[in-house]
Design a protein around this ligand. Structure first.
Ligand code: MIG
Length: 778
């Protein structure tokens, strides 16, 4: 398909499977490049500019290598596929030193090696570290060996499974119980290239509204309008910056989607607009189960039945399953027409000013049946370009049902408000679902172990295309201790989505519970996130173009950080990167009060909080990494910045809707390849797609006497909120400094802060670019 992307399809009885996909974009799926045919005595195959494919005639073994000859993937046995009735399985050789990532938020360690997983979307309340399957099916993984990465997407929606050497050492395998044998191989060699090519295949998360990155307050449920207003007032009164409040199922009448309980929410639309005046966005849950109510009073049911929008039993009757509203019927989301009908249901809520929508229970989750979901033989109609118009059983559609639910929501919202970026949060999804919705890790628990698990879960989601994701802060199931909740607020501040949420029957979990001392710490971290908003939003924009996630394992940025080519993360506890430059290092076992060692890739680092340069210890027998011993404190979280970073920051606001007052701050951390960037727009509309954005690039270089910083011009038509830019250079060791702007010395000297080893100067930003040189004065 491209020099670096191959597609492997296998036909049974001389026929290839249907050439169609829910995951892969049509233009990509039909893309072709020329290859050079090659053959030898025992092989046939071809070469692209970066890959060589050989099929051995004597035993049908498929081998893919790079052009230099390093094998990237090879069939393990003398056959390309093994059949067991309708099921198939593909086996690949598993080198001892290869590592595996992806498959969405499957629980367990970051590296999937020695584990096996089933993909079957399941509502698993109280999942634990080794529970499988859970909510999502993302049949994409990345192999990583000797610094070289490859991606594999098994594009098959049936129940599938992946085994990374659990059953037998030396072999990994994947297969499904039915459906097409259709998989893609994506070559890096850099892991980021794999993710960008994967985004070319399946799409990147679209740029979400800016408010998505603010602090989000939720619980199951804020049961009355009065309580919602009280929460909003308290957030503002306590000066807890926040952008969103969630309405969980109890705001509805008898749990019926698209209704409002007018007794407990008597002034619903006024409430929504009053909150908006406080810069708080409302996100409402809209589950997919439509109450099976025959008295003509429930319009979604009436219009849905009239339009024949629900899935059916084999005998043609409408399937009814019990969920929150009691007996319910289920939209046929694999039909365009049913998705459009679903999308139109949002009209009133959109008019009310609701900003975001939450699609829960879409595995789909069904009560009172042991399978927890629809029967296997439920009939779904497929009406989708590429696919034959046909009826499919639930077995084929189950794993894409949640994704198509979120697609219907996303596309419906876009149709209702073409100039606004939708925000949809989904629980179940499939590969490619990142085009429609953000996600969260479902019903986690209020335990230290679940705080720890959130890191590998979110990292693997990001490595599977879902870079817009979060875990419930404080944990959903149970009541966190004060310390656990505080620590979770600290770590969550550096996750893409930052939402505090808990279940029914637990104690309150808002930032102020447990008294002022705890609240102060939590507030401090929420505030830090708001200060970092220019950096965070720029990462989201990068992700929307490249598919590179906001949250990154270290091997993504430092694929060659170890001597033998293994991923650095394996040595590094629970660390993660936010973007290319900010490294967060929570304790690997966060309940333990003992000192722990943070390992950093062998480049220069600064302490994010103190500004101080992290001393590079003497080389220690070749490990080549930087180690910092941390004495854990409840109110502190170790965060480091890579030398060579320029991090844009803003003055504190109470929401992303508030215009920051003061300068744009550029924190400059001198080092190799020093650069940074900034992206900004109106945060909500589609105007950015027509050039109404602001982009800037920054670079720096060390000079004999100090540092030179280049602040690029503003490109795009969007107006900056700042007039002044504050350049803050770290690693500064002299007591005084001079500053030259475009070669001319300023009369006012910059201010040196010797406690932070920094020097700062504030200058007008004309938008035309600035050259700032800071020179040490002895
Ligand atoms: O059966 O809507 O994961 O976040 O609060 C529980 C109520 C249904 C499960 C979700 C959770 C949500 C809850 N939902």
């Amino acid at each position: 398909m491209r020099d670096d992307v191959l597609r492997v399809r296998v036909g049974v009885s001389g026929e290839l499977p249907e050439d169609a996909s829910w995951a892969v974009l049509n233009d990509s799926r039909t893309h072709r490049v020329e290859v050079k045919a090659e053959r030898s005595a025992d092989t046939i195959g071809f070469a692209t500019h970066s890959l060589r494919v050989k099929f051995r005639l004597s035993d049908s073994r498929l081998t893919v290598s790079d052009i230099a000859g390093s094998v990237l993937q090879e069939d393990a046995f003398g056959w390309p596929v093994e059949f067991h009735g309708e099921a198939f399985r593909i086996y690949k050789r598993m080198p001892e030193d290869e590592h595996y990532f992806g498959l969405g938020d499957k629980v367990g360690p970051l590296d999937r090696r020695n584990q096996a997983f089933t993909l079957w979307n399941s509502d698993i309340y109280s999942f634990q570290e080794s529970t499988d399957p859970i909510y999502k099916s993302i049949p994409f993984f990345m192999t990583f060996r000797h610094g070289r990465a490859c991606g594999v997407l098994l594009d098959n929606t049936w129940r599938s499974s992946f085994d990374f050497g659990k059953q037998s050492a030396g072999v990994y395998s994947f297969g499904a119980e039915n459906g097409p044998i259709d998989y893609y191989l994506i070559y890096g060699p850099e892991p980021k290239q794999v993710l960008t090519a994967y985004a070319w295949l399946t799409g990147a998360p679209p740029l979400p509204p800016l408010w998505t990155f603010g602090y989000q307050q939720s619980r199951y449920s804020y049961e009355t309008e009065a309580r919602v207003r009280e929460i909003a007032a308290r957030l503002r009164q306590d000066r807890i910056p926040a952008d969103a409040i969630y309405l969980d199922i109890d705001f509805q009448q008898e749990h019926r989607p698209f209704t409002v309980n007018t007794e407990s929410f008597p002034h619903f639309s006024e409430m929504v607009s009053d909150l908006k005046k406080q810069n708080l966005h409302v996100v409402a849950i809209t589950d997919l189960h439509i109450a099976d109510v025959h008295d003509g009073t429930y319009t979604p049911y009436v219009s849905g039945m009239k339009g024949d929008q629900f899935v059916k039993n084999p005998d043609g009757s409408t399937y009814v399953g019990v969920v929150w509203p009691g007996p319910s019927v289920f939209p046929d989301f694999t039909r365009r027409q049913s998705r459009e009908w679903w999308g139109s249901l949002y009209k009133k809520f959109v008019q009310d000013g609701i900003s975001g929508f939450w699609n829960d229970m879409n595995e789909p989750s069904i009560f009172k049946v042991s399978s927890g979901t629809m029967p296997d033989d439920i009939q779904h109609r497929i009406d989708e370009p590429g696919f034959a118009k046909r009826t499919a059983t639930h077995l084929e559609i189950h794993n894409v049902y949640g994704m198509e639910n979120s697609r219907a929501t996303y596309e419906g919202l876009l149709k209702l408000q073409p100039n606004q970026r939708p925000f949809v949060l989904t629980r179940a999804t499939y590969a490619g679902g990142q085009r429609y919705a953000a996600t969260w890790t479902g019903d986690n628990s209020s335990t230290w172990n679940h705080l720890r698990l959130s890191t590998p879960m979110l990292l693997n989601l990001g490595l599977s295309g879902f870079g817009l994701s979060g875990a419930d802060v404080g944990g959903f199931i149970g009541t966190p201790t004060p310390e656990l909740l505080t620590k979770w607020f600290e770590v969550g501040a550096f996750h893409p989505i930052y939402r505090d949420h808990t279940e029914k029957g637990t104690a309150d979990q808002e930032p102020w519970v447990h008294g002022a001392a705890q609240e102060d710490v939590r507030r401090r971290f929420i505030e830090e996130r708001y200060r970092l908003m220019p950096y965070i939003y720029s990462l989201a924009e990068e992700m929307s173009r490249t598919g590179v996630p906001m949250l990154r394992p270290m091997f993504l940025e430092f694929p060659k950080a170890t001597g033998d080519g293994h991923p650095f993360d394996i040595d590094a506890g629970n660390e993660f990167l936010l973007g290319p430059d900010i490294l967060v290092a929570p304790a690997p076992f966060p309940e333990k009060p003992f000192p722990y060692e943070v390992k950093l890739p062998a480049v220069d680092w600064y302490d994010y909080w103190t500004g101080k340069h992290v001393p590079q210890p003497a080389a220690d027998g070749g490990a080549g990494d930087v180690r910092v011993t941390v004495h854990p404190e409840l109110d502190q979280l170790p965060v480091f910045v890579r030398a060579g970073a320029i991090v844009p920051m803003q003055p504190l606001t109470q929401s992303t809707g508030e215009i920051p007052q003061g300068p744009l701050t550029l924190r400059v951390y001198p080092g190799k390849d020093c650069l940074g960037g900034l992206y900004l727009d109106d945060g909500i509309s589609m105007a950015y797609a027509h050039g109404d954005y602001l982009r800037m690039k920054f670079t720096c270089e060390e000079t004999p006497a100090g540092v030179r910083v280049h602040i690029g011009e503003h490109t795009g038509t969007y107006q900056a909120w700042w007039k002044q830019v504050r350049v803050e250079v770290y690693g500064w060791n002299s007591p005084k400094a001079d500053v030259l702007v475009s070669g001319k010395q300023l009369s006012d000297p910059p201010s040196v802060d010797s406690t932070r080893d920094s020097v700062a100067i504030e200058l007008p930003d004309t938008g035309h670019g600035l050259d700032v040189e800071l020179r040490a004065v002895e």
